[in-house]
Design a protein around this ligand. Structure first.
Ligand SMILES: [Fe+2]
Length: 236
């Protein structure tokens, strides 16, 4: 019998899921982990995305605090760190869901500036969502809840701990740079207002076991067309 070894999946010479990687599962189908090998790649992602976000803000101006700046299509960014983390997110999805395949329906970066937040929402066209933390930005001593990702869904026992029949509490994973979470895309989640100066940056993927039909015109509002996978030369 073949022994399952997730660490055998390599990309750019690195294990996508390193041997001994500790995964926390606070609820069925929700899993978090911290990757300690991402410091250099996080710097690369941060430099790339801070520049992209500044360009976007210069072109379009500030649209709303209720939106982060979004840069879509992680696999289209021509930097090694983006290619690696895109493969790692798909591998983590496969590992947690047990699916043998993982097809990204949509991926993007969120760059939060001071005052930005995301309203409670869930995602359509997707079985699992993955969020990865590039940078938590600045901590706020007056508000420990600044820029926190949280899950608040009355269908989860995790959020109904008082007596099990109503939502009594949110789940706030202890994120840091390098943290990754996978959760069912239908679960309600949000990001609290961010108060720091340095941008807070996360990446997000909506992933399915199999490819879906193309997005409708209505579903495509606000999403730029995919420019094609980055053509960089990868070391394997
Ligand atoms: Fe989301």
């Amino acid at each position: 019998m073949a022994v399952k070894d997730p660490s055998a999946q390599k990309f750019m010479g690195m294990s996508l899921l390193p041997r001994g990687q500790h995964v926390t599962t606070p609820e069925k189908h929700i899993a978090t982990t911290d990757f300690p090998d991402m410091a250099g790649m996080n710097r690369e992602l941060e430099d790339f995305l801070v520049k992209k976000a500044a360009e976007r803000l210069q072109q379009e101006g500030k649209q709303s605090f209720s939106k982060s700046v979004k840069i879509h299509h992680v696999d289209a960014w021509d930097i090694p760190a983006a290619q690696f983390i895109d493969e790692r997110a798909k591998a983590f999805f496969r590992e947690i869901t047990g699916f043998k395949t993982s097809v990204v329906d949509l991926s993007w970066a969120n760059i939060y500036h001071k005052g930005d937040y995301i309203m409670p929402h869930a995602h359509s066209r997707s079985q699992g969502s993955v969020v990865y933390v590039v940078s938590m930005g600045d901590e706020d001593r007056q508000d420990p809840m600044s820029g926190k990702f949280l899950i608040s869904d009355p269908r989860l026992p995790l959020c109904c701990q008082a007596d099990g029949t109503y939502m009594s509490n949110s789940y706030v994973p202890d994120f840091k740079a390098g943290s990754m979470i996978v959760f069912p895309s239908s679960i309600v989640h949000m990001v609290t207002p961010y108060r720091g100066e340095r941008p807070r940056i996360t990446l997000a993927w909506n992933i399915n076991e199999a490819e879906l039909p193309p997005r409708s015109k209505e579903e495509s509002i606000g999403i730029p067309p995919h420019p094609g996978k980055a053509g960089m030369k990868l070391i394997s």
